[in-house]
Design a binder for this molecule. Structure first.
Ligand code: HEC
Length: 152
């Protein structure tokens, strides 16, 4: 998958630069480039993922509404193990929230991710990411979030 992402990234980078500088087109650099290189192979360009295997990133900010959810976002393997330094990973997560859950990123309570918190959290890998995810989604369900039922 990573190879496919790299091939696609190379193709995107080789595209005429005029296309990238058109108004409204986000350049492929910084956090977006990190996403293309390290995340898109599984989560896809539009964040839709693969049903039953890779979760969609749409509405990913819901995890910020329950205790432990922010920690989960930092410790889930694809994030914690990304070959990025703590500051780059913090910037990627801010970008990811803004890109895939703009409402959550713009919410008054949202605090941008910081390199120090990334460093602390990623040092403690999740023993069972799926179980942690299920528990958080159940918590969200219990908190009265009809839009996000727990996965079957
Ligand atoms: C090898 C495939 C793969 C790659 C690469 C990957 N992820 Fe994931 N991601 C997953 C899977 C599968 C889950 C569900 C939790 C689990 O089982 O690890 C997940 C969960 C997540 C979640 C939590 C969303 C949820 O609904 O549980 C976030 C946020 C996330 N990934 C971000 C990223 C970022 C950012 C990157 C790149 C730095 C990345 N992922 C790379 C497969 C991947």
């Amino acid at each position: 998958m990573r190879v496919a992402a790299l091939a696609l990234a190379a193709a995107l980078l080789a595209a005429p630069s005029a296309a990238a500088s058109e108004a409204g087109v986000e350049p492929i650099a910084g956090p977006r480039l990190a996403y293309v290189l390290h995340c898109m192979g599984c989560h896809l360009e539009d964040g839709s993922g693969a049903p039953g295997r890779v979760p969609s990133l749409a509405g990913v900010g819901r995890f910020l509404r329950v205790p432990g959810g922010r920690d989960y976002l930092l410790r889930v393997p694809g994030v914690a193990q990304a070959p990025l330094d703590d500051a780059a990973l913090a910037a990627l997560l801010d970008w990811l929230l803004a890109r895939f859950d703009p409402a959550a990123a713009a919410a008054p309570g949202f605090a941008p991710f910081r390199a120090a918190e990334v460093a602390r959290a990623r040092a403690l890998p999740l023993a069972d990411a799926e179980a942690a995810r299920r528990a958080l989604l159940a918590e969200l369900g219990a908190a009265g979030d009809p839009a996000e039922p727990a996965p079957r």
